[in-house]
Design a protein around this ligand. Structure first.
Ligand SMILES: Nc1ncnc2c1ncn2[C@@H]1O[C@H](COP(=O)(O)OP(=O)(O)OP(=O)(O)O)[C@@H](O)[C@H]1O
Ligand SMILES: [Mg+2]
Ligand SMILES: [Zn+2]
Length: 225
């Protein structure tokens, strides 16, 4: 339906300091955030992930939810991103997507969802000439908000380490906020830790740029089994 305020033109005339000035209409904000959401790369399966349909079942999940809501409400005035680590099916990707979509919808800012393994595959195929690898990497490195999903699920290669180091270092030096999810442990109780798989320099930067939050609970994907 045509907007009643701008009659579909997307512009309104307002007086600013005694001058008539053309300004973008409010409806354009909605249009842009819809566009941003569509181009954010959030996978179809996660399109409906919101804070309100996340029901925490453990104190870990409750804490993670609170950290994400707090991050969203302060965004872009945040000085740290978030790293969610824990076993499969505990809601890490759900919470990251909910945060990202709220930032896009309510703050009108661009955000990018990037599945780390998918990124590596895209970069590989870019070497075969499909799209420029620096373009692909730039869309991730430079995003005002980046969700880097499932880091550590890829094959353990020096190249994957380098790509992660590059993204993290780029964002670290520019203080760009990042939300990371991983199954790798950030404590050293048991299981493969982050520092086993990636280098210490990357881990050190992540500690500085993210609030580290453990997410534990039962595997939601197995619910009902
Ligand atoms: N507390 C919760 N409340 C509602 N839905 C949840 C909750 N936790 C997980 N889910 C749902 O369960 C499914 C799996 O969650 P999700 O993909 O976020 O897990 P994950 O922690 O990212 O797992 P993995 O480590 O395997 O990537 C999703 O469909 C998600 O929406
Ligand atoms: Mg996940
Ligand atoms: Zn309008």
């Amino acid at each position: 339906m045509e907007c009643q305020i701008c009659r579909g033109t997307g512009w309104v005339i307002e007086e600013v300091e005694g001058q008539r000035v053309a300004k973008r209409c409010r409806c354009q904000f909605k249009r842009l955030s819809k566009l941003y959401l569509e181009s954010s790369g959030v996978p179809v399966r996660y399109r409906n992930c919101r804070f309100k349909n996340f029901s925490p079942e453990t104190p870990f999940q409750l804490k993670a939810l609170r950290v994400c809501v707090d991050f969203f409400s302060k965004f872009p005035f945040v000085n740290r991103g978030i790293l969610l680590f824990g076993p499969p099916g505990t809601g890490k990707t759900h919470l990251s997507v909910a945060t990202l979509r709220n930032v896009i919808e309510h703050k009108g800012l661009k955000g990018v969802f990037c599945d780390f393994r998918g990124l590596l595959i895209d970069l590989k195929s870019s070497y075969e000439g499909k799209a420029s690898s620096s373009e692909i990497l730039d869309s991730v490195r430079k995003a005002p908000l980046l969700v880097l999903d499932d880091v550590g699920a890829e094959r353990n290669t020096e190249w994957a380490k380098d790509i992660l180091a590059e993204i993290i270092n780029y964002r670290y030096t520019r203080s760009l906020p990042t939300i990371i999810t991983t199954n790798l442990r950030f404590d050293d109780i048991s299981g493969e830790t982050f520092s086993d798989k990636f280098d210490e320099r990357t881990e050190s930067r992540i500690y500085d740029m993210c609030q580290i939050v453990k997410v534990e609970g039962h595997d939601r994907r197995k619910a009902g089994v």
